[in-house]
Write a protein that binds this ligand. Sequence first.
Ligand SMILES: Nc1ncnc2c1ncn2[C@@H]1O[C@H](COP(=O)(O)OP(=O)(O)OP(=O)(O)O)[C@@H](O)[C@H]1O
Length: 280
Amino acid sequence: MSLVEISEVVKTFAARQRGAEPVQALKGVSLSVDEGETVAVIGESGSGKSTLGKAALRLLDVDSGTITVAGDEIGALDAKRLRAKRADMQVVFQEPFESLNPRLAIGSIIAEPLQIHRPDLSTTEIRSQVVQMLDKVGLPESSATRLPGELSGGQQQRVGIARAVITRPRFLVLDEPTSSLDLSIRAQVLALLAELQEESRMAYLFVSHDMHTVEWISDRIAVMYLGEIVETAPTRQLFDAPGHEYTRTLLSARLSADPRERHAYKAFSGDTTVRQASTA
Ligand SMILES: Nc1ncnc2c1ncn2[C@@H]1O[C@H](COP(=O)(O)OP(=O)(O)OP(=O)(O)O)[C@@H](O)[C@H]1O
């Protein structure tokens, strides 16, 4: 059994506008992630990638299906056990600044998960772990007293990563963690994520629309289209010999979430469901 087992997950959202149809964001999605493995989820905007990432951590409840993380079916946990389980499964979002409290010093932000999950630790122990963590993510110790707004985007994302891994989770969801960063900084942050994974054997579910990023970081790739996984394959195999026609379109278009580039999909002529959707 894999560290993370997602099985037949269905999630429907009520329509955002009155009178519109509900959105079936996940239509029976199954996916597994092993210890030490990075599985990327790719697909165009609105295909359900973020919903899958959130469901995998029970940041939202699903309609049906099961998600097991390190032996616990997270949908079945009561509030107290779910809270404890959060030490084991964490998330890094796309916009570091939006996910950091602008009024808290960096040291306090990174310490917070430890204060919640490790009440046995003394203030001195927590402080020492925060200092070690700053070093590990490549930030100077002096940044502990700074506010998020005083750091660059890349440094802010290092803080987001430090906060996510300080409780030594076994499973990390990374939702476009480098999309808001400049290319050179992006490479550094990806290298940091790879290094952390190598040390701790964390399982990564890596949501992205950037083919270059996923080619570099992932072991396997799941391709999502309109709430379904249409193909899962080892990264090299997916790039060299994509099995599904939609994947081929994604690769040739070097998918962008930018709607102005959506016209690329008009060229797609895959199976009926996909063709109908791409021209809708
Ligand atoms: N809270 C919500 N209420 C209603 N609809 C939602 C909600 N969250 C997501 N959706 C819809 O569910 C579908 C999947 O959204 P999701 O954000 O998972 O896609 P995505 O592939 O991550 O897209 P992006 O790359 O733009 O982040 C979309 O049609 C979206 O509009």
